[in-house]
Design a protein around this ligand. Structure first.
Ligand SMILES: [Zn+2]
Length: 302
C-alpha cells in the first residue's frame, strides 16, 4: 500500500532566545488573498507590482497573509503583542468572508502557555486582526492580564472623528472591544517603556497611532514592527507605494522608509505580524538602494 496523502503541514509556532528573554511567534491564522495589486500601489502601479512579484518568484495576484502575534517571556512577565482574529468571524456577519478564524489560544497551548499565564497584553493598533482575540463574546480571553494601549490610537478610535468609510465598522469594533478594557490599560506614547527591555517606537501611519516595539535583553536587540510593512516584497522593496489598508497613506510610507532604514543600520532582527511564517527576518539594503526581506535562518539558534 502506498502511503496516503496527508495534506499540507505548516508549523504555527517558533521560539528562540533573545539574551535572557524567550520569544515565541505564533501564527494565529492565515488568509490567502487575491489582489496583490491594486492593494499595494493602486491601479497606477499594477504593472510594476506584477513585475516585482514575478522577479521575486511569487504569484502576481494571490498572496499569503499571516497573522502573527508575538509572545515575550522576560523571566518576570509574559508579554503578548496583539491577539489575532479571535472569534470575530463567528460573531460578526460583516467579517465572515474577510477574516479567518483565530487560533491563538490553541496554538499558545501547543507552545506551552495558557491564557491565564499572560501578564501583559500590548496592542500595537486598533485594527480588527490585532484586537479580535482580546475578548470572546464580551469576556476577556486573558483573565489575569493588564493592558497596554497606544494613547494616540486610543484617542483616535475612541473619539471617532474623521474615520474613513472603510473603517467605520472597525471603529464600532474598537468601541465594543477596547473601550471597556481601558480602565485596566496603561496608555503609552512612543519612547515609553512597557516592561524593562521593551520600548515603544513611533510607527504612526498604517493606523493613526501604530506602535512598533524594540525588545532588548543582555545586549541582544530586535524590533516588533507590527504592521509597518504588510507584504515582504511589495511593502519592503517599494515602501513608497500606498497600501489600501493604510489609514494615513503618506505617513505610513514615510514611516516604512524610516523603520526600514533603522532595521538595516542597526542590524535588527525583525518580527512582523504579516510577514511569512515564522514571521522573523532581517532587512538588507542592496547596492541598488532597495531594501529586501531576508528570512531568519539560524542566527537566533547559535
Ligand atoms: Zn494587521
Amino acid at each position: 500500500m502506498p502511503a496516503k496523502m496527508q495534506g499540507e503541514i505548516h508549523p504555527h509556532t517558533y521560539r528562540f532566545k533573545l539574551g535572557g528573554f524567550e520569544v515565541t511567534t505564533i501564527v494565529d491564522s492565515t488568509a490567502v488573498r487575491s489582489g496583490l495589486t491594486p492593494a499595494f500601489g493602486g491601479e497606477a502601479n499594477a504593472d510594476a507590482v506584477k513585475a516585482l512579484a514575478k522577479a521575486n518568484r511569487i504569484d502576481t495576484d494571490r498572496y499569503e497573509h499571516n497573522f502573527t502575534p508575538l509572545l515575550v517571556n522576560t523571566g518576570k512577565e509574559l508579554v503578548l503583542f496583539d491577539t489575532g482574529n479571535g472569534s470575530l468571524r463567528e460573531e460578526h456577519e460583516q467579517l465572515k468572508n474577510r477574516l479567518p478564524a483565530g487560533n491563538l489560544v490553541a496554538r499558545m497551548g501547543e507552545a506551552g502557555y495558557k491564557p491565564e499565564d499572560v501578564d501583559v497584553v500590548v496592542i500595537t493598533h486598533g485594527h480588527p486582526d490585532h484586537i479580535g482575540g482580546l475578548t470572546k463574546r464580551g469576556e476577556p480571553v486573558f483573565p489575569n492580564a493588564r493592558y497596554v494601549f497606544g494613547a494616540t490610537d486610543f484617542d483616535y478610535w475612541n473619539k471617532g472623528e474623521n474615520i474613513r468609510e472603510a473603517r467605520k465598522f472597525n471603529r464600532e469594533l474598537y468601541v465594543k472591544i477596547m473601550v471597556p478594557l481601558a480602565n485596566r490599560a496603561t496608555m503609552i506614547k512612543p519612547g515609553d517603556e512597557v516592561v524593562p527591555g521593551v520600548r515603544a517606537v513611533d510607527a504612526f501611519g498604517h493606523s493613526a497611532g501604530l506602535l512598533a516595539f524594540t525588545i532588548e535583553s543582555e545586549g541582544k536587540r530586535m524590533i516588533n514592527w507590527a504592521d509597518t510593512c504588510n507584504h515582504y516584497v511589495a511593502a519592503i522593496q517599494r515602501p513608497e507605494l500606498h497600501l489600501d489598508v493604510d489609514d494615513d497613506k503618506e505617513k505610513a510610507a514615510a514611516t516604512r522608509k524610516r523603520i526600514l532604514e533603522m532595521c538595516d543600520k542597526e542590524d535588527l532582527l525583525v518580527a512582523g505580524f504579516h510577514m511569512p511564517s515564522p514571521g522573523i527576518g532581517y532587512i538588507e539594503k542592496g547596492k541598488d538602494g532597495i531594501y529586501r526581506w531576508v528570512p531568519h535562518s539560524y542566527q537566533m539558534s547559535l
